[in-house]
Design a protein around this ligand. Structure first.
Ligand code: HEC
Length: 150
């Protein structure tokens, strides 16, 4: 019995590992906001100014209360410990092309409503407040500057 259990666990693990190996991001350049809500989402303005103090707050929230780093990774590249088993993979915030294609309001919409059929579930207001979400968005934008991409 113990032996069979071990085999079963091993098989399950190998399946997860294999899934992780093929998992990738779903097209990062395509908006996740439904067409009928897109104009409103795009028009939303981020009320949090970008400055060193607020970016530090964003980092603390991203790596703490918000739990974002678990999936998106501390480096923002989508390779967090929990992100590895997700399919599609979490967003890679070091990709500047992604940031160029999105308004802050579209990101806010996803943090509030989640992205259907993915590990990105609604985190406002359950995990963080609206103000905290806007603060984290500024921090996520900053990962792009560290990219060699652009
Ligand atoms: C359980 C894993 C998980 C956690 C925790 C998580 N995310 Fe995500 N996130 C994902 C996945 C997976 C995607 C990709 C969804 C897709 O491709 O549609 C994603 C996508 C996103 C996007 C991209 C939306 C877009 O328009 O493409 C943003 C912004 C985002 N997450 C912000 C956050 C923030 C902020 C937090 C923390 C408050 C967070 N995420 C926590 C898994 C997670």
């Amino acid at each position: 019995m113990g032996y069979l259990k071990t085999i079963g666990l091993l098989t399950a693990f190998m399946f997860i590992a294999a899934t992780a190996a093929v998992a990738e991001e779903r097209d990062p350049l395509k908006t996740r906001v439904p067409a009928d809500e897109l104009a409103d989402a795009k028009a939303m303005k981020n009320p949090i100014p970008v400055n060193d103090a607020n970016l530090a707050k964003g980092k603390a929230l991203f790596e703490g209360k918000g739990t974002c780093f678990n999936c998106h990774g501390k480096a923002g590249d989508g390779n967090g410990p929990a992100g590895a088993i997700l399919n599609p993979s979490p967003r890679n915030f070091t990709n500047c092309k992604f940031h160029k294609k999105r308004k802050d309001g579209e990101l806010f919409w996803v943090i509030k409503n989640g992205s259907a059929g993915t590990g990105m579930v609604s985190l406002v207001p359950g995990t963080i407040t609206e103000e905290e979400a806007w603060t984290i968005i500024n921090y996520e934008r900053a990962f792009c500057k560290k990219s060699a991409d652009e």
